[in-house]
Design a protein around this ligand. Structure first.
Ligand code: IMO
Ligand code: MG
Length: 345
């Protein structure tokens, strides 16, 4: 028998949530559900920043989080990881709003000392974007400056001092096993490398992006892919088919308006090849497909396959088609959850 006190061996287990489409697939709900049902010691936001808007229903109350990980709702240590872009003032505002909403955050929020800071100049520059349709939260310029090695890191900001941690210490030194949930932002279709460039964000939105926060690949347990039964996208490229009133209906029924900027989201049918690709490349082991309730109410059952639109008679035939299409990815029927509620999985 090997004594832990001698070798100081610490085990970290990591579950990851990852959006398989263009953001806004319901990650907030899924991370909230996981946090409620699994015993995590930490939740870490692994990419993106104030561009995210995660809608969370907690004890019957609606919250929208931008930078704060979902762990705070359950008293779990919540970290803004090194893969993020952190806007300190927006963070403090969000903390105040959570506190006003009755969520205790004190002693629960931590910031990786090597995370890059969104400066006022970055926000001003991003505010002038006319090409991508960004959220104007300074994301692009912040990551650009990071890679140009001219960026500002959290460790140099005095008012962040009480929040700073070293991710290596947190997960390797403290002689304590950790069970971590990696909370993703944005989505596969917005990923800097695998999304529809240049209509992308500037961070790594894939499950690999979670590992970049200092986690060894062996620590990964489950990868929860999150998608919607249809697709939405916010930004300047053309995404929604013209003159099809059904998408206007879906937009209203699904309340498809940006949680961060209020912009109407363009809608389209689920692209099953994109879902398959995203499930494969992210190594998805569990899949949640949200907003079946919206499809029910719109009474529209279609997906895109090979550049064509395939129609179904109802929810069950469409679900069966999705199950069959994703079986070769290694996803069994029991690993795919179709959700019909905004508040539960
Ligand atoms: P969550 O985490 C949906 C989109 C923007 C724009 C592009 C680049 O809520 O899913 P950026 O401000 O990141 O430089 O904008 O990415 N975008 C999102 N769309 N959900 C998000 O986050 C998004 N974050 C950025 O609309 O097209
Ligand atoms: Mg969102």
């Amino acid at each position: 028998m090997i004594f832990r006190s001698i070798i100081n061996y610490v085990v970290t287990k990591l579950d990851i949530t990852v959006d398989l489409q263009y953001g806004d697939s319901g990650k907030g709900k899924v991370t909230h559900f996981l946090c409620k049902t699994k015993k995590y010691t930490h939740v870490i936001r692994y990419n993106g920043g104030g561009n995210a808007g995660h809608t969370i229903f907690h004890k019957g109350k609606k919250f929208i989080t931008h930078q704060v990980p979902v762990g705070v709702f359950f008293g779990v240590r919540s970290i803004i990881g090194s893969g993020c872009a952190l806007d300190p003032d927006a963070l403090f505002k969000e903390i105040r709003e959570l506190e006003n909403g009755g969520v205790r955050t004190k002693g629960l929020i931590f910031v990786a000392e090597n995370v890059h800071i969104v400066t006022p100049a970055a926000k001003e520059e991003d505010g002038k974007d006319r090409k991508v349709g960004t959220t104007k939260r300074g994301i692009g310029p912040t990551y650009r400056d990071k890679y140009a090695r001219t960026g500002v890191r959290a460790e140099s900001i005095p008012k962040l001092k009480p929040y700073l941690i070293d991710l290596y210490d947190e997960f390797n030194i403290k002689n304590r096993d950790a069970v971590v949930l990696g909370e993703g932002a944005q989505g596969f279709g917005l990923d800097i490398d695998w999304g529809d460039y240049p209509y992308v964000t500037s961070s790594h939105c894939t499950s690999a992006g979670a590992l970049l926060n200092g986690f060894p690949p062996q620590s990964v347990r489950d990868i929860w892919g999150v998608a919607k039964a249809y697709e939405t996208y916010v930004g300047l490229k053309n995404f929604e088919p013209k003159n099809e009133s059904v998408f206007g209906r879906i937009r209203e029924l699904g309340q498809e308006y940006g949680a961060t900027t209020g912009r109407p989201r363009q809608c389209n049918w689920l692209d099953i090849a994109l879902l398959e690709k995203a499930a494969r490349m992210n190594g998805v082991t569990k899949l949640v497909i949200n907003k079946i309730d919206v499809m029910n109410r719109a009474n529209a059952w279609k997906i895109r396959e090979n550049g064509e639109v395939v129609s179904f008679k109802g929810a069950e035939p469409m679900k069966n088609y999705i199950r069959k299409r994703l079986a070769p990815v290694g996803l069994k029927a029991k690993d795919i959850f179709f959700s019909e509620s905004a508040e539960t999985v």
